[in-house]
Design a protein. Structure first.
Length: 354
């Protein structure tokens, strides 16, 4: 049996019923102050009596915005990016924006392709969480004046808006903590030199060792992709040596999890045989009782959205937003200590555990 559907009213129908032009109706629906109060009142009365509901998509195109934000991450399987994305999405939805996610797997061609797709569908701006120190795609977008914000990583040139952690300080604090507790043979498995996070965390590690006149051993330094399996491979090499390290600094929590996998396979206990620290303070770190550094991911995501929307809506020009958040050291059992100084993701300290 055929079902009769009532035709959907359009702006032109409302204009005809109110005896005005469809342009005038559009202005009223978009709160344009140029329409006379009596005309506005008449149109709104017709809208109410007819039950007309404006098309949200049409309204967005009318004001030349889609209310869509792109988010580029390098690996959505990494819990760091999942938690960062939550902060971004929550803030965006609160501002009536929606987020389109893309995972690049650190492949520049994929970043370029996703960027083309996003621009093709009319996104208002992009948040990049996967930028390289030298990134032609991002640098070109900055030149084109597309609203964008980098989060977690930044360009070597310091161009563009960004929200990052002081990664060098965080790595310094972690390494200093290990040194203060008597460890001298400290290895690091961190990210590659094409990313600001990999470079800065290595610098912090080296700085802490040099200040205490502890030799920086090349054989104790691994720069690998920020992936669990890469942490596993590097740790297998380190822990299989006769002169193995007393402590391992995983360049992020995902790498540290790979270290745990290797240690378990080799029958090496953490922290009894080797101590371990990570970086990010993801949910995995909290479950595995991993000493780490809080990246303040949720706050970082919130700030990135705030900056981006300001650029989109207020056309913020001539001012660069450069926010560097202070790291927080989170002590847990993986380095042989009782936990203390826990922090929640919104930056509020929880009850200390002694």
């Amino acid at each position: 049996m055929a079902v009769w559907m009532k035709p959907k009213l359009t702006i032109r129908d409302i204009a005809r019923m109110a005896g005005v032009s469809h342009t005038t109706v559009s202005r009223v629906l978009n709160n344009d102050p140029r329409v006379r109060p009596d005309t506005t009142k008449k149109i709104l009365q017709v809208v109410e009596e007819s039950g007309y509901r404006p098309d949200p998509l049409a309204q967005r195109f009318a004001r030349k915005r889609s209310n869509l934000i792109g988010l580029m991450v390098s690996d959505i399987g990494n819990p760091f990016y999942a938690e960062l994305a939550r902060g971004i999405e929550d803030r965006a939805l609160g501002c009536d924006y929606h987020v389109i996610f893309c995972s690049t797997d650190e492949i520049p061609e994929r970043t370029e392709r996703y960027t083309e797709i996003m621009r093709g569908i009319g996104i208002d701006g992009i948040i990049f969480a996967s930028v390289r120190l030298h990134d032609e795609v991002v640098e070109k977008l900055i030149e084109d004046r597309l609203p964008l914000v980098m989060v977690n990583r930044k360009l070597r040139s310091e161009k563009g808006d960004y929200v990052v952690l002081d990664n060098q300080l965080g790595a310094y604090q972690l390494t200093q903590h290990l040194i203060d507790h008597g460890y001298r043979k400290i290895a690091i498995i961190t990210g590659p030199s094409i990313f600001s996070t990999g470079v800065d965390r290595l610098k912090g590690y080296q700085q802490a060792l040099k200040e205490k006149d502890i030799p920086v051993r090349d054989t104790f330094i691994f720069q690998v992709p920020f992936r669990r399996q890469e942490g596993y491979r590097a740790a297998k090499t380190l822990l299989s040596r006769d002169d193995r390290p007393e402590a391992i600094f995983g360049g992020n929590d995902y790498i540290a999890l790979g270290v745990m996998d290797a240690a378990e396979e080799l029958g090496i206990r953490i922290p009894e045989d080797v101590v371990l620290v990570g970086f990010d303070d993801t949910e995995y770190a909290r479950r595995m009782k991993l000493t780490t550094v809080s990246q303040r991911k949720y706050e970082m995501g919130n700030l990135a959205v705030q900056i981006l929307i300001d650029c989109i809506e207020n056309k913020a020009d001539g001012y660069t937003h450069r926010i560097v958040l202070e790291p927080r050291l989170i002590i847990r059992e993986s380095c042989g200590e009782h936990p203390r100084g826990e922090w929640s993701e919104d930056g509020v300290p929880t009850e200390e555990k002694i």
